[in-house]
Design a binder for this molecule. Sequence first.
Ligand SMILES: *Cc1c(COP(=O)(O)O)cnc(C)c1O
Length: 462
Amino acid sequence: MFVFDERLADLVLAYCRERLSLDPVPLDYGGYDTSFSELLEGLLGPSGNDPQKVLDLFTERLATAVISHDSPRFLSFIPAAPTKAALLFDMVVSCSSLNGTSWLLSAGAVAAENQALGVIAELAGLPAEAGGTFVSGSSAANLSALLVARDTAWVHGHASPGRTRIALSGEAHSSVTKAIHILGAEPLVVPTADHHLTGGALAAALDADDDPSSVVAVVATAGTTNAGIVDDLATVTAVAHERGLWCHVDAAYGGGALFSERARRRFAGIGAADSIAIDPHKWLFAPYDCAALLYRDPSLAKAAHTQDAAYLAALHTAPRVPGMPPAGGKGGGEDPWNPTDYAFGLSRRSRGLPLWFSLAVHGTEPYRDAVDAVLATARAAAELIDETPHTTLVRAPELSIVLFRRNGWSRARYDAWSAQLLADQVALVVPTTWEGKPVARLAMLHPETTLDVVKEILDSMA
Ligand SMILES: *Cc1c(COP(=O)(O)O)cnc(C)c1O
């Protein structure tokens, strides 16, 4: 029924080839004023359409109404800059229907994903036994990790599962607040010192609290999304462990900077975390959707996340067939390593493989160089802003997010300017808020974002 069609394959592959070779990727426009109902009317019905026509509709009318996250002029939210090798291998993952749920069915794919996780774990300084899985994004990673923290609280000496609280700072990502809500837990918001969560502030908050034993975990952020600020991980992990708390580090955006020797100093202490979330689909140059979730002690995660069902028992207890290799762990060992045991969700795409392939093809050095290049551009952008008479740097960037003011502008001025900047295809820069006031925000992670683009942006504010 759905037989292989050479022409359809050629059409789609030709488009993929063309999209991959765009240099630079055009920024394009989003969906602010566009309506698609007429365009899409009647397209999906009992009988199909000519593939060429459908593809043209997509490439000419739909794809152009998507702002390209991978354009070097996309400087808002968190951009994307996947390597071509990773993008191409993502197609292989799709074309092979790679399902990386279990060792029993997909040992080869799982071993390769675990090798990629191992590179990240080593950069972070986690012990060799650390492991985990790739999930769809750090929202899913944060939720999965905090579920383990909650369910294993007794390991850390919390006897009463009655009330569960999780400490975090006001700068933690919205997905962390959401995860706490989903888990039926309550937040304990710890005040920050110059926007950084510190161990001292955590200890003081626990000391001042009338129910500290209900606090089972703390979330530190290694690269806040709004400002790229790295919490004081060394003191937070130390205090967390003194007080028997699980320490989760949300390094969704900032984790890529572990590749930079210079930036890595800011992450001192991350290796002592109980769990870490890092989005390769952000600063590790992988395609969507890919988040690395790592646990210091994966057995705790396995106890919390393993799904039990009659038909799944075979995944956990596969007998050894004489003459066949053992059911290996992360890439050896005896216990089957099932990625599905380390996060919520069962079926999973082998979404770590594009990163694995790209790391294998390129080696880690270009990753280090790309991250260093982005960090250097962010520092240069900050200097330029400082020297420009009509702008004021809000603070020196710790990583690659630069906040600054156009002197004298209201929020409405920023909004109007931002819309015009996109209309002119100069850049996507949307304003944010800092200490209650509107500011402009440049989120950099594309290695090809140049200082010239920043100059164009600053000139447009004159
Ligand atoms: C992006 C981000 C998240 C959410 O990650 P998704 O991959 O979008 O789900 C969580 N925390 C931080 C710090 C982030 O930057």
